[in-house]
Ligand binder design. Structure first.
Ligand SMILES: Cc1ncc(COP(=O)(O)O)c(C=O)c1O
Length: 463
């Protein structure tokens, strides 16, 4: 990413502070299609529209803050992933990114499978009619109840994360008179090029069983012996917000190495390999994600090449994109409250939400873009920080971005690419009411997750 501490172009002070920001864009009113969902544009009055509806009308009807999800974009992304991977591979949408009953129905209609990682996600999936055989169940510490529930409901696969779990799932399956399809999640010793807290395939972490030291081979040995389990493959997930496939290349090489060991020791060729999720999206104009068909081709080529070299039949591949499907499809709409210009530093623009609806900036130092969307402006760009209303100085939504100098209380601003890990990680900090998710499509808007109310808060407060 090209970042500059002292960008050229118009600015509100002679010296700009150190920070991670690009030069101000040539046209602050332009909505870069890289970071906004497919149907977003500005109308002739300069107001952002999505699915044919204006941000001002949406704010009027649904209030702010709120997430607006572009259903046509979501469906198009599902189709693009399904088509890119084709008949001989499986795409599992990672529900942790964002899950609701409507999302489950869309996935079902668009031919995707679903990865869940808790009893709550499983219930949502089943409730909304996802066929259980299209569900994969994940998690590093599944409870006995979750395991039993997953086996009983007939999920297509359980991804085993530890030695204890091999025994627990086998026991649950046998007690229920079932043979459960499982994969073993391995850590391949790859650390994806991303933020430390979201890199998940290096060995010093809670997920999976290490290939190193023969642990994964031992896990396979145990799983193959247990009657309640049908071992269908090996799973690896190397991290998040990854832009190039080199990490997957190393992961595939090592996973295929294990498949070869298994074939040599047990005479069994495991039929599947899951390469997890983690594909990156554009949060800012500096990000350049790859298209699903490019990713699919790269992953297929890598696995085929590795298997040919190892003398193995190419296994069926599956992937688990979450962010790459839902991330770009939604934006968060806020109303501007307090505006605090600090000469020589930046302008703090406070909005009516914050870390309770988007924790990623505080948690991962994530970067976002922002735009004034209730009107256009010809005012000069000023370095701005979009902050929330919580009692925490780290309550930052967009750390460094340029907004027009005349942004004022009552304006609407929107942060794009908030479809993934925002509503799903939202909290009630300061007793904030979690915002609604509104699906917009062809001129119609529909609440798919309603705004919390104070009654919702008090209902849980039974003291
Ligand atoms: C096992 C597994 N699969 C898939 C995903 C989805 O990742 P992303 O949303 O970055 O594609 C995750 C995210 O943590 C994961 O842990």
């Amino acid at each position: 990413m090209s970042r500059s501490a002292h960008p050229a172009g118009p600015r509100h002070a002679d010296v700009l502070p150190e920070g991670h920001y690009s030069a101000p864009p040539a046209d602050l009113n332009r909505l870069d299609e890289k970071v906004w969902s497919r149907t977003v544009t500005r109308n002739e009055d300069g107001v952002l529209t999505v699915g044919g509806l204006t941000a001002t009308a949406l704010a009027e009807e649904f209030g702010t803050p709120a997430y607006f999800l572009d259903e046509a974009d979501f469906r198009a992304r599902c189709r693009a992933w399904a088509e890119a991977f084709g008949e001989e591979a499986d795409v599992f949408y990672a529900g942790k990114a964002f899950l609701s009953r409507a999302v489950v129905r869309w996935l079902k209609e668009e031919g995707l499978n679903l990865d869940v990682c808790s009893g709550g996600e499983l219930t949502t999936a089943l409730e909304a009619g996802m066929p259980p055989e299209r569900i994969a169940f994940h998690g590093n510490n599944k409870s006995a109840y979750e395991i039993e529930r997953a086996v009983e409901s007939g999920v297509g696969r359980i991804v085993l994360d530890s030695f204890q779990e091999i025994a627990r799932v086998a026991h649950a399956a046998q007690s229920l008179g079932r043979r459960q399809k499982v994969q073993i999640r391995v850590t391949v010793g790859v650390e994806a090029h991303t933020h430390e807290f979201i890199a998940t395939a290096h060995e010093d972490q809670k997920f999976g069983i290490a290939l190193a030291g023969g642990q994964a081979a031992e896990a396979v040995r145990r799983a193959l012996k247990l009657d309640g389990l049908e071992l269908i493959g090996i799973h690896s997930h190397i991290g998040s917000q990854i832009f190039d496939t080199s990490g997957f290349e190393v992961a595939a090489h090592r996973v295929v190495g294990l498949l070869k060991e298994v074939r040599d020791e047990h005479g069994v060729e495991l039929p599947e390999i899951d390469l997890g999720g983690g594909l990156g999206i554009a949060y800012t104009s500096d990000d350049d994600p790859r298209e699903p068909h490019e990713i699919a081709k790269a992953l297929r080529d890598i696995v085929t090449r590795e298997c040919e070299a190892a003398g193995l039949r190419t296994p069926r591949i599956s992937v688990e994109p979450g962010r790459a499907i839902v991330g770009p499809t939604a934006f968060t709409l806020y109303e501007v409250g307090t505006v605090k210009p600090l000469a020589g530093l930046r302008t703090y623009v406070s909005v009516d939400g914050g870390m309770s609806d988007n924790i990623r900036t505080a948690l991962y130092d994530a970067e976002y873009s922002v735009a004034l969307v209730s009107r256009t402006s010809d005012a000069e760009p000023v370095l701005s920080r979009v902050v929330g209303k919580h009692c925490e100085s780290g309550d930052i939504v967009v750390k460094d971005a340029f907004l027009p100098a005349d942004v004022a209380p009552g304006d609407l601003i929107a942060v794009p690419a908030t479809g993934a890990y925002c509503r799903s990680m939202a909290s009630n900090y300061n007793h904030a009411l979690r915002p609604p998710v509104v699906a917009v499509r062809d001129g119609e808007a529909r609440v798919i997750v309603r705004r919390e109310t104070e009654e919702d808060l008090l209902r849980l407060d039974v003291g």
